[in-house]
Design a protein around this ligand. Structure first.
Ligand code: 5RP
Length: 271
């Protein structure tokens, strides 16, 4: 592997511990102004110091993120469908590798829809993106998107992750599931997990992150369970503690409670 590729991957997966906390804020690319991400800049700013990397589209990057930031960028380069459109899986490459380079991205991300009507299109887009990105030493994150009609079990997710790795993806984002170790074992590149829809209780999201790394995930690419929380900074700090400090769920929850109290005190006594 070339130096540039290795260097970029080391910005996404921290070399100190081989783990990763990616903050996902790309939801608007098919969901529009998602709840609590209506003003992306405002949502993202307080979370940036605690994110190892930030996953977003070029539109939000250009308009809402200060270019002096040193947070590594994972640029979503696929899209072309919407939540109200005919078929969510009908995605193509939407951003060129040249633009990703101009934006100083550390990684590019694309969704694949294995088992969907547009399976072939999204898989060949992944292969094409890998060919183009590798010319520039740019890693590719494949997102195993799951249509409504598909079960998120280990057989399906292992199939999707393995196909993405075989086509050359350098990192895969998927969902946590029962027997998750089978997904990781069958995938020769690092696997990270999405958080999915906001869970009713923060402890469930902490448990999800804990179970994922405990079963072999390299980390998380989490969005809604962080920024839709009433205490997003407390939440990302607690998630970080699980991923990078190997804290258990109870210990991480204590961090969450402590941070929440600190926030409360700041509101009562602004500096
Ligand atoms: C959407 C995505 C999101 O980035 C991903 O789902 C992670 O966010 P969340 O934790 O909110 O699920 O890739 O296709």
């Amino acid at each position: 592997m070339e130096w540039g590729m290795k260097n970029r991957i080391s910005k996404i997966i921290r070399p100190e511990d081989g783990r990763c906390v990616m903050l996902a804020v790309d939801h608007g690319y098919f969901l529009g102004p998602t709840e609590k991400l209506e003003n992306p800049g405002r949502t993202i700013k307080p979370l940036l110091p605690y994110a190892d990397s930030l996953m977003l589209t070029r539109g939000v990057l250009r308009t809402s993120i200060n270019p002096s930031t040193d947070v590594p960028i994972v640029l979503r380069v696929s899209g072309g469908s919407s939540i109200i459109g005919e078929d969510l899986s009908n995605e193509s490459i939407t951003t060129s590798i040249e633009d990703a380079m101009k934006l100083n991205a550390s990684c590019v991300a694309l969704s694949i829809f294995v088992g969907s009507k547009y399976e072939h299109q999204t898989l060949t887009s992944l292969a094409k993106l890998v060919d183009e990105a590798e010319r520039f030493g740019m890693p590719v994150l494949a997102v195993t998107a799951v249509g409504k009609e598909m079960t998120r079990d280990h057989r399906y997710l292992a199939l999707a992750c393995r196909i993405a790795a075989e086509l050359g993806a350098h990192i895969i984002k998927t969902y946590y599931c029962d027997n998750f170790q089978n997904v990781v074992e069958g995938c020769p590149v690092p696997v990270i997990i999405a958080g999915g829809k906001k869970l009713p209780n923060e402890i469930d999201a902490l448990q999800l992150a804990y179970d994922a790394v405990d079963h072999g995930a390299t980390g998380v690419d989490m969005g809604r369970n962080i920024w839709q929380s009433d205490h997003p900074v407390a939440m990302i700090k607690a998630i970080r503690a699980i991923i990078h400090k190997n804290l258990n769920v109870e210990e991480a929850h204590e961090i969450f409670i402590k941070e929440k109290e600190l926030e409360h005190q700041k509101v009562l006594k602004p500096t």
